[in-house]
Design a protein around this ligand. Structure first.
Ligand code: AMP
Length: 351
């Protein structure tokens, strides 16, 4: 058990790190953020900040020196440089990062556990793409295996002719058949160092332009009916990875059952509602899990919850949003408003 007063290292400097650091502070921990970008919403609320490239082994070792445990708020942290942390425990284990960083590896891993991803094929060349289109058909989506997020690194393909005209970077990709879903939902769980598991209610998620726009609870009955099978898979993923912390799996709800989309070895945007909407938030439960503390209750504190992301210019309305006294407004302290950038979110408990 890591007692309050100790320092938690967080790799990544964005809003997830910011909300983790707030939860950690509430439990009496200090946070040390490590991020390559100087402009860090997480560092603004943390005790210490190391701004250095991921592969700066000396900076990584210095950072790790005073940390009792190290975690991530960003899943694309390169795994190699983490060797510099020495004996300090990394939670979750970097094998979870390795699996989730690569869309092909995560699909294979989940398939081996009996999960169902969209039909997929690896694409490393134009010939591979032609073969994938023949095998899987169109429409589909070509995605980079690594470094994609919020719909970036993705190309929708409606026909073979469209594929031929594509100008895509020469990096490993995966082609996925387009899934005919009626809803999207996520399973968020916390797993303790003793293997204990706690699941949050599954939100129905709505994406716009590949970016999460809304999460609402309770999810419709047709989605709820798919949650047990999705949880079963998520539990197996967590167990298979020896996972400690909060883990998220995203699913498509289809007439044939839940189809796995992707996983994130971290707290997740579709769980932001848990700050006000659950007894103990995903952020606090992540901190509890990585520190070896007992997990907190995950249940809803109201009949329903709505979470809306404030993306780009949406944030300009922040004052109007405060005019409704029931709105919980979260702003991430980002100075530059850019289209598609997550600037904050809004949560409302509903009757
Ligand atoms: P991703 O970054 O892979 O989660 O993709 C972002 C969003 O694009 C998803 O949440 C879906 O709304 C949509 N999407 C991604 N892959 C597929 C797919 N194979 N079929 C249908 N929609 C998809």
């Amino acid at each position: 058990m890591i007692p309050p007063g100790e320092t938690i290292g967080i790799l990544g400097g964005g809003q997830l790190g910011r909300m983790l650091a707030v939860a950690a502070a509430q439990l009496g921990y200090r946070c040390h953020i490590y991020a390559p970008e100087a402009d860090s919403g997480a560092a603004d609320v943390a005790a210490q900040f190391t701004c250095a490239p991921w592969d700066d082994a000396a900076a990584m070792a210095r950072f790790a020196h005073d940390c009792a445990v190290i975690t991530y708020e960003f899943e694309n942290v390169p795994v190699g440089p983490l060797a510099a942390v020495g004996e300090v425990p990394l939670r979750p284990h970097p094998r979870a990062l390795e699996t989730a960083q690569d869309r092909l590896a995560e699909k294979r891993f989940v398939s081996e556990l009996g999960g169902t991803p969209a039909p997929y094929a690896p694409v490393d060349s134009a010939d591979d793409l032609a073969a994938a289109l023949r095998e899987i058909g169109t429409p589909g989506i070509l995605k980079t295996r690594r470094d994609g997020y919020d719909g970036k690194g993705q190309w929708r393909i409606g026909s073979a002719a469209e594929a031929a005209a594509l100008d895509v970077p020469d990096v490993p990709m995966v082609y996925e058949g387009f899934v005919d879903f009626f809803a999207e939902f996520s399973v968020i769980l916390a797993r303790g160092t003793d293997g204990s598991l706690a699941f949050y209610d599954s939100a129905r998620n709505r994406h716009e332009d590949g970016i999460l726009a809304h999460s609402s609870l309770p999810a419709p009955a047709a989605v709820m009916a798919q949650v047990p099978a999705a949880r079963e898979l998520a539990a197996q993923v967590a167990q298979g990875l020896g996972y400690v912390g909060v883990l998220t799996l995203e699913f498509f709800a289809t007439e044939a059952g839940p189809v796995f989309n992707e996983m994130a070895p971290r707290v997740h945007n579709s769980g932001h509602w848990t700050i006000e909407g659950a007894t103990i938030s995903q952020f606090e439960n992540h901190i509890r899990a990585i520190c070896g503390l007992p997990l907190g209750e995950t249940g809803l504190v109201a009949p329903g919850v709505e979470m809306r992301n404030l993306i780009g210019e949406d944030v300009a309305d922040w004052q109007a949003l405060l005019a409704d006294p029931a709105n919980h407004l979260h702003l991430y302290g980002k100075a530059d408003i850019r289209p598609g950038r997550k600037m904050g979110h809004l949560t409302r408990l509903t009757a």
